[in-house]
Design a protein around this ligand. Structure first.
Ligand SMILES: CC(C)(COP(=O)(O)OP(=O)(O)OC[C@H]1O[C@@H](n2cnc3c(N)ncnc32)[C@H](O)[C@@H]1OP(=O)(O)O)[C@@H](O)C(=O)NCCC(=O)NCCS
Length: 251
């Protein structure tokens, strides 16, 4: 008899969860795409393309898997996260696209997903995770993440993606009077075939491109010299001007 998705939250199956790289389970890519599209709708082709970039040498898409809902069925995709290398931080990874199936939220799967993602990164020699969030900063803080500064993930597949990073890194209010725009070279756009292995293995990612002027000219600074931020207020904005929190955790 087929079980319901929510029944996975109780009973022995709860302890039978695994976190698996999506590229090792091509048969589960459709389910991963559906799960992510539940939250952030995009065309299936585009979503499958992103998932298809997953590799052992990063970025890697990770699926939180539970037991099949019916005998002989595929494992159930309960959650997803993605890890990318961080430019100029060879021991860091950027966590993105964290999502738990709607029907299962609030039952501990988000914690399991994040803990397993952290264990995955740590086992590969990484010491620090970074992420951004619009509104889940309290969830991440509860799991030990602290407010942090922007970093650049090495997972961009197009100049537009790199531009999005810069937009996500922008501080809310440039100082007055406006500082002159510093000279800078054109930002390098890392390729999708960027396949540098972990810190135990060869070379670190290249240095990031020079920061945009808003980052070079921060607004109000705290006594420590960092932009003022809290779990209710952030100096950073996304491409649409919405507040975005940068968070980090040592693992
Ligand atoms: C964010 C998300 C992954 C959390 O998953 P979840 O399964 O609902 O979370 P859990 O039930 O595992 O919660 C884990 C812990 O965090 C706490 N928590 C969850 N949401 C919280 C919140 N908004 N604020 C504070 N604490 C929160 C829970 O109380 C729980 O605490 P406990 O383990 O000490 O009992 C899930 O809600 C989701 O997929 N949301 C939509 C996608 C999204 O916004 N992703 C984040 C993008 S940055």
């Amino acid at each position: 008899m087929m079980a319901s998705l929510s029944s996975l939250a109780s009973g022995p199956s709860f302890d039978g969860l695994t976190l698996e790289p999506a590229h090792l389970h091509p048969e589960l890519l459709d389910a991963c795409a559906d799960l992510i599209n539940q939250e952030w709708p995009r065309s299936r082709a585009s979503r499958l393309h992103s998932l298809g970039q997953s590799s052992d040498s990063f970025p890697v898409c990770l699926a939180l898997l539970g037991p099949p809902l019916a005998p002989g069925a595929l494992p159930t995709v309960l959650g997803h996260s993605r890890l990318s290398r961080v430019a100029a931080h060879e021991h860091s990874l950027l966590v993105e696209t964290v999502v738990v199936a709607r029907a299962l939220r609030g039952q501990g799967f988000g914690r399991r997903l994040m803990e397993a993602t952290e264990a995955f990164a740590k086992a590969r020699g990484f010491h620090q995770l970074h992420l951004t969030t619009h509104d889940k900063q309290h969830f991440y803080a509860h799991l030990g993440y602290k407010l942090g500064k922007p970093v650049q993930g090495v997972a961009f597949s197009s100049p537009r993606s790199a531009a999005i990073f810069h937009a996500f890194s922008q501080l809310a209010s440039p100082p007055e009077p406006k500082a002159p725009r510093p000279c800078r070279k054109t930002a390098r756009t890392p390729s999708t075939s960027d396949s540098r292995p972990g810190p135990n293995l060869p070379p670190a990612p290249p240095s990031p491109p020079p920061l945009l002027s808003p980052l070079l000219s921060p607004p109000a600074l705290s006594p420590t010299g960092s932009p003022q931020q809290s779990l209710v207020e952030t100096p950073y904005r996304d491409i649409r001007g919405r507040p975005i929190f940068w968070m980090t955790k040592e693992i």
